[in-house]
Design a protein around this ligand. Structure first.
Ligand SMILES: [Zn+2]
Length: 133
């Protein structure tokens, strides 16, 4: 659907109907081409991410099946644990919202996410929760 729209925009016959000059038309075409390219890129990325999510779902399911078969844990326990984690941010909405960033234990400045050291004082950051959002 979008491809057809872009092709229509890029079609010479279509652009001749407008009274704008050739330079404007050329820039508009270049902008449209760039937008088309970015849309394709985003679409490819979404497809790739969907595949990765599906693969993670399969791995998670396999791990759960192994755990269930080798321990006494039940589906009910898993559901309850999922519920508890979902509620970490106070909302039962299928996701855990990003938490406030920690403060540096040495200088008290707000820490940058995914940094191994405080950017203000250089103190080494030892994360306590590996699942912190
Ligand atoms: Zn610091």
């Amino acid at each position: 659907m979008f491809d057809e729209l872009f092709d229509e925009i890029l079609d010479d016959r279509h652009t001749h109907r407008h009274s704008c000059n050739k330079t404007d038309v050329t820039y508009a075409k270049l902008d449209a081409l760039e937008a088309k390219s970015k849309a394709r890129e985003a679409s490819t990325e979404v497809t790739y991410l969907k595949l990765k999510v599906e693969k993670l779902m399969i791995i998670t399911e396999a791990l759960w099946m192994i755990l269930k078969e080798t321990t006494k844990h039940t589906d009910e326990e898993l559901k309850e644990k999922i519920r508890q984690i979902d509620l970490k941010d106070g909302k039962l909405d299928g996701k855990v919202a990003a938490e406030l960033p920690d403060k540096c234990p040495k200088c008290g400045q707000i820490l940058q996410k995914n940094k191994l050291n405080c950017i203000y004082c250089g103190a080494e950051i030892i994360s306590t929760d590996v699942f912190k959002r």
